[in-house]
Ligand binder design. Sequence first.
Ligand code: ATM
Length: 232
Amino acid sequence: MEKKPCRPGRQRSESLRGRGKFVVIEGIDGAGTTTQAARLGERLRSHQELVRVTREPSDGPIGTLVRQVLTGRIVSPDGRAPGWATMALLFAADRMDHVEAEIEPALASGAIVISDRYDASSLGYQSVMSGKGGKEAIEWIRSLNRHALRPDLTIVLDVDADVAALRRESRGDAVQIYEQNEVQRALVAFYRDLDRHLPIDRIAHVDAVGSVDDVHARIFAAYASALTAPLP
Ligand code: ATM
């Protein structure tokens, strides 16, 4: 694969990167980010690529704590989940640890790193939970994440809230604290508009309605056109 020159002004650690690429998959709960991150990983491995599939919250110490909060296993003394700002700080701390412990080393070894969620999830979920119309919260969350390595490509799985809710029901997993219909509907609108919130990032929107194979084919096409096209 040819390496594209980085865009000016992007914060990254080129000297550590080797020829790795950093790809993020994003979407609301039930959009299929976990399934599709794994499928893209398998497909790229079958092309003899070195691949690392990872996720946020990560499997590191802070990510593990956050997952316990998300499923209600850890609560504040009054029995509630911590507020959106505390969660934004925890997610940002987990991200720092994730980049340092997993993403940078894998990129340095030349791997394609595929992360199931990254900072777009913080901008979306925590700003929606702030209930303040988002703008001020988004600016603050962006500032918390300003040192986060920028992905080479973010693939957004677009799906409406009702389709995603049916998928979540059929999965029967433990319900997480943000899986409420109004929250998910606000997130659909946020993700449709993600390019405006992350203007320097390369973002591809993929229609996530359909079979796992059909959605995977669209994702692979988006990946190939963004990251393997010949330089002009
Ligand atoms: P999944 O394992 O389903 O991806 O869930 C992770 C949850 O963490 C997901 N929704 N719920 N409920 C989204 C949420 N999340 C945030 O709120 N902010 C973040 O920065 C990240 C990475 C995830």
